[in-house]
Design a protein around this ligand. Structure first.
Ligand SMILES: C[S@@+](CC[C@H](N)C(=O)[O-])C[C@H]1O[C@@H](n2cnc3c(N)ncnc32)[C@H](O)[C@@H]1O
Length: 273
């Protein structure tokens, strides 16, 4: 990949999807795209860039699969779900925009394990919600992962942190090493195609009381991170909580949120506007 091809493709990807391949990762970008160029019969990365620039959305959809990391599993980083439902929920419900209802967004939900785990936590702790209705909207940029989310059928990789007892309780066997999430835990979770950088992706259920965007920003350029945070600020109601992945921090990046210390994790609170 020539330096100018790398620069153009990297700028395009970062601008559209947020994901950024810094100079040292040029070879990784080339390796990820090469099979696609071969499949399309293109000899130069510049041809692929032009195709993306002027071509169909379907190729951009394909590109998202090549450049994103979809790694996720059930019961990942659950301390944040516990903190939400055991520590923060009372205040969130008292201040909720829609009385008797808690609205949550999972942005960058991959194949659904994150919002479904949160739903399992909520449904197995009915007292925490004190009769309030929970609604979880979830979106991701990768259409293929979203199909898995709506099918709700998972294999060993997704269930590697799920005990035998939990598998038995929350899933029904649906084939060799395949488990279907029971209806009760699918209810109240809705999926759509969306991009954290596109304001139109957030329309559905805003304003939200809490927003999870975990392990999405790891590969983002700072400019894209700022754009996503500005969108979050516009859909998270004042006092609403933002949860990021354990390895991610936005301290000093955005004035729209302030850090909140919960018992076993850190969250960010949306400031009054
Ligand atoms: C590593 S997974 C994390 C999934 C889940 N949040 C978790 O923590 O287990 C990152 C997900 O972010 C999605 N993603 C990356 N860039 C995105 C963007 N601009 N808008 C929406 N989703 C994006 C990827 O498609 C991928 O499914």
């Amino acid at each position: 990949m020539a330096p100018e091809e790398y620069q153009l493709l990297n700028e395009f990807i970062s601008e559209r999807f947020g994901v950024h391949f810094p100079a040292g990762k040029q070879a990784i970008l080339a390796t990820r795209l090469r099979p696609r160029l071969q499949a399309l019969g293109l000899s130069r990365y510049m041809d692929y860039y032009l195709m993306l620039q002027y071509g169909l959305n379907s190729e951009q959809e394909h590109l998202t699969r090549l450049i994103t990391n979809n790694e996720t599993y059930f019961f990942r980083e659950t301390t944040q779900f516990e903190a939400l439902l055991e520590e923060a929920v009372e205040k969130l419900l008292a201040e909720a925009t829609v009385s008797g209802s808690l609205r949550i967004l999972s942005a960058g939900c991959s194949s659904g394990e994150e919002p479904y785990t949160l739903n399992i936590f909520a449904k197995t702790r009915p007292l925490a919600l004190a009769g309030a209705r929970l609604r979880i909207d979830a979106f991701d940029i990768d259409a293929q992962r979203l199909r898995t989310a709506t099918d709700g059928i998972y294999g060993p990789n997704s269930l590697r942190a799920t005990s035998e007892e939990q598998i038995h309780r929350f899933f029904a066997r649906s084939g060799v090493d395949q488990f279907s999430l029971r209806d009760r835990y699918r209810q109240d979770v809705g999926f759509s195609l969306g991009n954290v950088l596109e304001p139109s992706s957030y329309r559905a259920g805003a304003p939200y009381d809490a927003l999870f965007c975990r392990n999405v920003f790891i590969y983002f350029a700072e400019e894209a991170l700022r754009r996503a945070l500005a969108s979050f600020a516009s859909v998270l109601r004042p006092g609403g909580l933002l949860f990021l992945g354990h390895a991610e921090s936005i301290i000093g990046v955005s004035d729209d949120v302030e850090t909140v210390r919960l018992a076993r994790c850190v969250a960010y609170k949306s400031r009054a506007r």
